[in-house]
Design a protein around this ligand. Structure first.
Ligand SMILES: C[S@@+](CC[C@H](N)C(=O)[O-])C[C@H]1O[C@@H](n2cnc3c(N)ncnc32)[C@H](O)[C@@H]1O
Length: 235
């Protein structure tokens, strides 16, 4: 684990925030997405469709919602849940069904796995948090087998007619919910600003195409504030 690197710069800030919010992460997610987060995680686990008996990686697993759903849905598959926050992993390991997942402490920018090891990769809300997006995507391309699927759940900068309303909602409502539900306005102000500043699905798709991914598609969710994006590694 490249903890020294992860603990510097943006990596250090992000690590600190997730260590701090781990205890109320699931509750806040439920409130902020009006209960939709679990449904999106189920869709991510379904879309990745790993081969029977294969290996699946859930990156930035956090409290393990996608990893646990994937293990339930694909019982013949070995699911590995990776995160660099010890506190988030601790919560994941305490959940019902956690014994079906291998939990591993690692940085998404430097994955401790062989080339072409995994048949599928899932991730929820990782990319917006990383310092070097290209490097993190390259690592995923490296550890994925040709023909393997990558499925990403991310927040999305609002656009179109709802943009002003959603921007206002995110700037005012998200930190306020952080204050009320978690007594932590500052961590949720980070969430709002990192979402507004993040790339569009078109831009992520462009980066994936440049790395050799194909069959790329996406579906926006929740008034365009979230997106599920999928891609297949070319041969
Ligand atoms: C918003 S949470 C998402 C958790 C889960 N995927 C979900 O959908 O509920 C983002 C997670 O990414 C992890 N993370 C951020 N940067 C990371 C990195 N460079 N390497 C590994 N994990 C990282 C954080 O620790 C946190 O648990």
């Amino acid at each position: 684990m490249t903890s020294d690197r992860a603990r510097r710069g943006k990596g250090s800030e992000v690590h600190g925030i997730f260590q701090k919010i781990a205890g109320y992460y699931d509750r806040m997610n439920f409130v902020m997405t009006l209960g939709r987060h679990e449904k999106w995680c189920r869709e991510v686990a379904a879309r990745v469709a790993p081969v029977r008996g294969g290996q699946l990686l859930d990156l930035a697993t956090g409290t393990g919602v996608i990893a646990l759903e994937a293990a339930r849905r694909h019982p013949t598959v070995t699911v590995t849940g990776v995160d660099f926050s010890e506190e988030m992993l601790r919560r994941a390991k305490a959940k019902p069904g956690a014994g079906a997942v291998r939990w591993q402490h690692a940085d998404a920018a430097s994955l401790p796995f062989e080339d072409e090891f995994f048949d599928g990769i899932t991730e929820g809300y990782l990319l917006r948090n990383v310092e070097d997006l290209d490097r993190v995507l390259r690592e995923q391309h490296r550890v994925l087998k040709p023909g393997g699927r990558l499925v990403i759940l991310e927040t999305c900068p609002p656009s179109g007619l709802v943009e002003p309303v959603m921007k206002w909602g995110m700037r005012v409502v998200v930190p306020l919910l952080g204050q009320v539900v978690a007594r932590d306005r500052s961590s949720y102000s980070y969430l709002e600003s990192s979402t507004r500043a993040f790339e569009s699905p078109q831009s992520i798709a462009g980066a994936l195409r440049g790395l050799g991914f194909k069959d790329i598609g996406w579906r926006k969710k929740f008034f365009g504030t979230n997106v599920i994006l999928w891609a297949t590694k070319g041969d």
